[in-house]
Design a protein. Structure first.
Length: 435
């Protein structure tokens, strides 16, 4: 037998030095988890680090709105499930501004459905209202009603589509063999519907009229809206507009327990039936239906959803649905944009406050929004628009603070970590200026 021998020359000293130079800025971390497993990240110098963060967060600045949406983990299964909208609507009487954040969970299907349909539904209803009341000032309560009805109608449409495909009466009268055949016959429709029924999305919508005198905020879930104002004395004041619809909110927990008296597991471990953190959302339809849908339909015909043990455990807790609400809270504010006050609105998904835990900053709710408003306020004060130069993105400034601020090593770790699973939640921030 003849062997081919490959001779590999030893690296020269200069090649060794070059190799060391290429990896000198690489570090490893256990992310505070302990154990032997460690992950690599790359310390980036400035201004490379700021440029990388700007690129990865899709930082964008329009005339009055700055935005970022950030998920540094590039693995397909963990791609960013946040969506956002920034739209100007030419409506009777002038241009209205619509901004929104939709925070998806358990997948992309429901949040994509909401992102695609809800803005159009609200716009069409608003246009009809303004056309019918063109000779009188807009009634804030009617606009609020449009927001409520649009969100609820969108959510109800998922259940209606499911019942059109498989009604409770049909399901009651079907054998397992008949059910299997029925799902197989309608599989393309079922595949789309089952995804939307077992996934969900929170909704945070802001709407301002053409005169910038009225602001409406509709909230369903645990994203946050904050109003920042600077008074005549130059001091910035922060107001958290909405409450959080999740199991950490004692008011929400009590509401669910009141709606389901005597049910021990309607809220467990601060989660709806022990499973879902948001207490209000579009989708999550299986938590709004009788348990037989979970046991007989979703458990057997929705691949890669939950383990059989968990499905059976949760299904037993679905006694008096719905457990997740589709009723948004609506807040209306009168904006005095003709005064000397500077005003801005901030919207963010729940990933933003979570980031501060990673940099060991512990703030209560008011301290958190105060910090955000001060950061944005200082940036606004130093922001000058002239000679066609685009000023700094305010949302990007806020994201930088949350992932480490001036700590180059920490920011580098958060941006460049090499890991297949998410090491942080999705983060989306919109900053809308009114003056």
């Amino acid at each position: 037998m003849v062997y081919d021998i490959v001779a590999i020359p030893a690296a020269t000293s200069s090649e060794n030095l070059q190799a060391l130079e290429e990896v000198k800025d690489f570090c490893t971390t256990d992310l505070g988890r302990g154990g032997h497993e460690r992950w690599t990240y790359h310390i980036l110098p400035e201004p490379m680090l700021s440029a990388e963060l700007e690129s990865r967060s899709n930082a964008c600045s329009r005339r009055y709105v700055d935005s970022v949406t950030f998920q540094p983990c590039a693995a397909y299964a963990t791609l960013n499930q946040d969506r956002y909208s920034i739209e100007d609507w030419d409506l009777p009487g002038g241009t209205w501004t619509f901004t929104a954040i939709f925070d998806g969970h358990c997948g992309h299907d429901t949040v994509n459905y909401v992102h695609k349909r809800l803005p159009l539904m609200i716009r069409m209803s608003l246009q009809a209202l303004l056309q019918s009341t063109s000779n009188s000032p807009v009634n804030p309560e009617l606009v609020s009603k449009i927001l409520v009805n649009s969100i609820r109608h969108l959510d109800d449409s998922i259940r209606s589509d499911l019942f059109s495909l498989l009604s409770p009466e049909q399901l009651d009268n079907m054998s397992e063999a008949q059910l299997n055949q029925h799902i197989l016959h309608y599989y393309p429709e079922w595949s789309d519907l089952s995804a939307k029924c077992t996934q969900g999305s929170t909704v945070l919508v802001a709407l301002t009229d053409s005169q910038k005198k009225n602001l409406w905020v509709a909230n369903l879930g645990d994203s946050q809206a904050v109003l920042g104002k600077r008074g005549p004395c130059g001091k910035w004041f922060a107001t958290a507009i909405n409450s959080m619809h999740n199991g950490n909110n004692v008011t929400e927990r009590r509401r669910i327990m009141r709606e389901h008296p005597g049910e021990q597991y309607c809220v467990s471990d601060n989660r709806v039936i022990g499973y879902l953190a948001p207490t209000r959302a579009v989708g999550d339809t299986w938590l709004k239906l009788p348990g037989m849908y979970t046991r007989r339909v979703f458990a057997r015909h929705t691949p890669d959803w939950l383990s059989p043990t968990l499905i059976q455990q949760y299904a037993k807790r679905l006694i008096t649905p719905p457990y997740v609400s589709n009723i948004p809270e609506i807040h209306h504010h009168s904006l005095n944009t003709n005064s000397r006050e500077e005003i801005f609105l901030m919207l963010c998904s729940d990933g933003l406050p979570d980031l501060y835990d990673g940099i060991d900053i512990h703030l209560d709710d008011q301290q958190m929004v105060d910090r955000w408003v001060q950061i944005v306020g200082r940036s606004l004060s130093s922001r000058v628009e002239k000679d066609g130069v685009v000023p700094a993105n305010l949302a990007l400034r806020l994201l930088r603070d949350a992932i480490g601020g001036d700590n180059v090593e920490l920011v580098s770790r958060n941006v460049t970590l090499e890991m297949e699973d998410k090491w942080m939640d999705d983060v989306t921030i919109l900053i809308q200026r009114f003056q």
